[in-house]
Design a protein around this ligand. Structure first.
Ligand SMILES: Cc1cc2nc3c(=O)[nH]c(=O)nc-3n(C[C@H](O)[C@H](O)[C@H](O)COP(=O)(O)OP(=O)(O)OC[C@H]3O[C@@H](n4cnc5c(N)ncnc54)[C@H](O)[C@@H]3O)c2cc1C
Length: 549
């Protein structure tokens, strides 16, 4: 994975990622969408330098470097979820942080949030700002808001190569983290799609999951120890291989989304860096057969890096676009028809890693295993080219959203997980809720399984709708879809979030998963460590529906 020096590239103020980088939607995707959505009108984004923010309120002196520059405030006003992009593109922001503070170390973080607590200022911990759940958004409120940008609390602090433990500052981004492990022949292997910008502290705070979770586990399996700084003091949890010393407080910090403190340091379990990553694309006869194949394959003992199964609609789009613009598709389709693979076919990406031989062996074993399960005709290999394309583009895919919005096509994703037995019902329920969610408007939906466990798997949905002329109407339409889909996934036995977290957008539904008793425990913990309630007050425990704010 090529490292990217964040400091050398400026961030986009109204889209994903880096200014000047794009990933234009492939023509085949646009025509697939046009067939379903009809004509859409282009929408341009306003010039970020012309955006007028609500005036910054005066703040007391704070014990860290502080900026109230308009561009800094704009860059730290919102995360990168759908309504964030719409608000940033339209320049209509109901609120913005009054200042951005940049503490240099954990001591300054502690002094800063204590000062926020004393002066009644909201403090919003900011890692990469890639939240898609309203987790870093400054919302309108009486108390001034200070974004605590952790970019200065970053870098490799300690490496215990013998134990495979590496300690990083909480603000270390994915590329910086991997770049500092690479010279030691090590990797963390945690690659969320937001990897180029998101941080190890943010991953821990949101219980993130990377694309290779099958091999390395979720972030909670990777975190061995951490330090959490709250207004009431520091919680230092050492890296231990295992412990029975009472309830695991690491697990309380993981997923705490800034409500229980700022994660200033994280010790992660690292492993030897694989020499090679190989991905083979296979076609399986149907979505049902595909899910069962993935379930048994994941339990087969074959050492795989990744399993990603697309439903028929997503497979159709992936094949049509050649996974990013390659037009081998007509040939492949003809060949597939000869092999008896019809429109219900599902695309499975199978990943192996290690030495070249080990990676290829894993793929050979997986293919042979699936052929034993589904019969020779039930598994059609498309080779490794689509997988190479996918690997090359995997961190560029998020730029597609901006290109689609430019063309008047709104798109967002949502994700959940459930036991295998509930998965088919969950897929139908969420899909149905989205497809029928906007009466009179088409809502095409794609889905894939991308994180696989012995007892179940995640479902990741992508949906599209026609953008309206008015950005507020776009957000209102999106909020309707979010609400119906969230109700549907909870009713069908899915989790509120498999890896995007709760933020402010999912918070009103959290009680449905953890119950009132669960919320009371979390509220009591937050009151104890943050008595003035200054840390991320709208996140995790706020019952108000803030989707349209
Ligand atoms: C295009 C795109 C793709 C994505 N793909 C994935 C994916 O594949 N897997 C996945 O898991 N997620 C994904 N996400 C969601 C997001 O990237 C994750 O939630 C990520 O873990 C957030 O990290 P961050 O550093 O950007 O945190 P931020 O967005 O800055 O913050 C997220 C939340 O954690 C809090 N926080 C941040 N840092 C700290 C800290 N050090 N201490 C305490 N609280 C903190 C914030 O206040 C906020 O509530 C994606 C998002 C986008 C926009």
């Amino acid at each position: 994975v090529p490292p990217t020096a964040l400091s050398e590239r400026s961030l986009s103020a109204n889209g994903w990622g880096f200014a000047g980088t794009s990933f234009p939607p492939p023509a085949a995707l646009l025509s697939w969408l046009a067939e379903r959505l009809g004509a859409t009108a282009p929408r341009s984004a306003v010039d970020p330098t012309a955006v007028v923010l609500p005036a910054a309120r005066p703040l007391p002196e704070l014990p860290a470097a502080v900026s109230a520059e308009p561009m800094d405030r704009l860059l730290h006003a919102r995360g990168r979820g759908f309504s964030d992009l719409v608000r940033l593109r339209s320049g209509r922001l109901p609120a913005a942080p009054d200042a951005v503070a940049r503490p240099a170390d954990a001591g300054e973080v502690e002094a800063l949030i204590q000062a926020c607590s004393r002066h009644g200022l909201r403090a919003i911990p900011w890692g990469g700002g890639t939240s898609v759940t309203g987790g870093v958004n400054t919302l309108a409120g009486a108390a001034p808001a200070v974004v605590v940008d952790l970019a200065g609390v970053a870098g490799l602090r300690r490496l215990d190569a013998r134990a495979g433990l590496a300690t990083f500052g909480g603000g270390t981004t994915g590329p910086a983290l991997e770049a500092s492990l690479a010279p030691h022949g090590l990797t963390l292997g945690h690659f969320p799609q937001s990897w180029e910008l998101s941080t190890v502290g943010g991953w821990a705070a949101t219980r993130s999951s990377g694309q290779e979770s099958l091999a390395v586990g979720r972030i909670e399996e990777l975190v061995a120890g951490l330090e959490l700084v709250a207004p009431a003091g520091r919680l230092s949890l050492p890296a231990l291989p295992a412990s029975a010393a009472g309830p695991d407080l690491r697990r309380l910090a993981l997923g705490s989304e800034g409500r229980l403190g700022v994660i200033t340091e994280v010790t992660v379990r690292v492993r030897p860096r694989p020499a090679e990553r190989r991905i083979e694309a296979l076609l399986l006869p149907s979505w049902e057969a595909g899910q069962e194949a993935v379930r048994v394959l994941s339990r087969s003992g074959i050492d795989l890096q990744m399993l990603r199964l697309s439903d028929p609609a997503e497979s159709e789009v992936a094949l049509a676009t050649g996974l990013g613009g390659h037009s081998w598709e007509p040939l492949a389709r003809g060949w597939l028809r000869l092999r008896g693979v019809g429109s219900e076919a599902c695309l499975l990406l199978v990943g192996g890693a290690g030495s070249v031989v080990a990676a290829d062996e894993a793929l050979d074993d997986a293919r042979a295993f699936l052929r034993r399960q589904l019969g020779r005709g039930g598994v059609v290999s498309l080779g490794q080219r689509p997988g190479r394309r996918w690997l090359a583009d995997r961190f560029r895919h998020p730029y597609l959203r901006d290109g689609l919005l430019d063309r008047g096509i709104a798109t967002d994703t949502l994700e959940t997980a459930a036991p295998w037995s509930a998965l088919p019902g969950l897929w139908s329920a969420v899909r149905g809720a989205l497809v029928g969610g906007l009466p009179g408007e088409a809502v095409p939906v794609l889905c894939h399984v991308s994180h696989v466990y012995p007892d179940g798997a995640s479902l990741y949905f992508t949906f599209f709708f026609r953008a309206a002329a008015d950005p507020e109407e776009d957000i209102a339409r999106w909020a309707v879809l979010k609400r119906t889909a969230t109700e549907a996934l909870l009713a069908a036995g899915g989790t509120l979030s498999h890896h995007h977290g709760v933020g402010s957008w999912h918070a009103p539904w959290l009680h449905r998963e953890v119950g009132e008793a669960g919320l009371r425990i979390l509220r009591a913990a937050a009151r104890e460590v943050d008595p003035a309630g200054v840390l991320n007050p709208h996140v995790l425990l706020d019952p108000v529906d803030r989707l349209e704010e």
